[in-house]
Design a protein around this ligand. Structure first.
Ligand code: GTP
Ligand code: MG
Length: 138
């Protein structure tokens, strides 16, 4: 079955929104097959965010992702890759539609990196690559 990697980013964990975010994934009908609170490392993030290396937001993004624990989740179900991105909403919480995780719960503090609560894989190839990074034994 199709699966995706979801991360509740440090802002989501800090604000106590992990349960609410998992609730929305399950309410949509997806299955949680792995859930683990983890501390990222610079090495892991360099691989996870390799596509963004060299962009102006890259260093602040890595620093933000190291600012506290991350809840790593594997979710499974038909269409879960685009389906979770639809649940998450647009990257910028200010313009993310109401009804989405970022639109309902995210805010823009004018920070140098988007603190947008969640990550979701954007393709089957990214999903398998990212699951292997965050759950090496899975
Ligand atoms: P993810 O699910 O986290 O990958 O979000 P995304 O696919 O909507 O965004 P993308 O992969 O393009 O960027 C990864 C992360 O970098 C985003 O979620 C933001 O946290 C941050 N980011 C991306 N673009 C910008 C930007 O233009 N400015 C700032 N400040 N942060 C950005
Ligand atoms: Mg992305």
């Amino acid at each position: 079955p199709e699966r995706t990697l979801v991360l509740v980013k440090p802002d989501g964990v800090r604000r106590g929104l992990s349960g609410e975010i998992l609730r929305r994934i399950e309410a949509k009908g997806y299955t949680l097959t792995a859930v683990e609170l983890k501390n990222a490392t610079p090495e892991l993030l360099a691989q996870h965010y390799a596509e963004h290396e060299g962009k102006p937001f890259y260093a602040p993004l890595v620093e933000f992702m190291l600012s506290g624990p991350v809840l790593a989740v594997v979710a499974e179900g038909q269409g879960v890759i685009p389906g979770f991105r639809s649940l998450a909403g647009a990257t910028d919480p200010t313009v993310a539609a109401p009804g989405t995780i970022r639109g309902d719960l995210g805010r823009d503090w004018g920070l140098k990196v988007q603190q947008n609560l969640v990550h979701g894989s954007d393709s089957p190839e990214s999903a398998e690559r990212e699951i292997a990074l965050w759950f090496p034994t899975f």
